[in-house]
Design a protein around this ligand. Sequence first.
Ligand code: PSU
Ligand code: MN
Length: 289
Amino acid sequence: MALESSVLAQGLPIPENAEAARRMTDAVRAAGALPAITAVVRGQLALGLTADELAHFLRRDGVHKVSARDLGVAVARGFDGATTVAASLAICRLAQVPVFATGGIGGVHREPAFDESADLLELSRTPTIVVCAGAKSILDLPATLERLETYGVPVIGYRTDEFPGFYTASSGLRVPARADSATEIVDIALAHWTVAGQPSALLVVQPPPAAEALGRELVDAAVASAVADAAARDIRGAALTPHLLAAIAQATGGRSMRSNLALLEANAALAGEIASHLAARTPEPSRPT
Ligand code: PSU
Ligand code: MN
C-alpha cells in the first residue's frame, strides 16, 4: 500500500515530518502490510524510498511539490518531487496499488479565488481505496462532497455517519454510506470495481483519534484567520494549501499538528488492515516467468 510524500515535505514542519513518516510506516507494518512512500526521485517515479532518499525528502531542500500535472515535467527535468494525493494516485494507477493512506485530501477551496484540487479528479479515475480523515475545513466541505458525487467517488464513513473535518470529528455533514469493519470496506470496493464496473477510488473517511481531536470552534476560528491572511497576501495555487496548514498550526499553538500526526498514524493503520484483508481475498498477481 502507498503513502504520499507532499505531507512530509510541504505539509508538516521539521522535525514532525520525520515523526509522521515513522509512525505511519510502523502502523502499516504492524497491520501486516507493506508501506511504500510515493515520490519522484531524480526524475524517476518511485514507490518506496530508501532510508537516504527519505532523509533527503524530510530535509526538503530542492524538493518540489508535485501534483498530477507536474509529473511529466519532474520526470523530464530530473527533479526531486514530493507527490500530493493527486500525483500519488497517478502512481498507484500505474503500479496497480489498491490501497493508499493520507491525512486529508485536497478539495474545493473557499472563496475568493476559484481553486479546486486535482486530488478530486484523480480520485475519479483511480481504482484505489483511499483512507483519510476527510478534508480540512480550510476547504468548502459541502462543495467538495458534491464534487465527489459528480465524479462517482463513494464516500464511506468508517465507524461514523459524519464526514470528518480533519482536525475535528464532526463537520455537520452526513456521509452517504458507513462501514464498521475493514472487511465491509473490501466488500464494497470489490463490488464497486468488479460488479458496478466503476473506475473510481473508494474514499474511506475516519475521524481523528478522540484524544487528539480539536473542538470545532477552535478550528473554525483558526481557519477563518488563515484564509483571511492568505487572501490578504494574495497567496494562490500550489502554495495555498501549505500556507494555510502552517497558519493553522501557529494559530492553534501546535495542537493542530499533534492531531495531524495522530490521524496520519490512525489512517495508515486502517489502510494497512484493509490491505491485509484485500490481499487475503484476491489472487496473487501473476509473476513474469
Ligand atoms: N492535507 C494535509 N496535509 C497536506 C496535504 C493535504 O493535511 O500536506 C497535501 C496533500 O498532499 C494534498 C495536497 O494532496 O496538500 C493538496 O494540495 P492542493 O490543494 O494544492 O491540490
Ligand atoms: Mn489548487
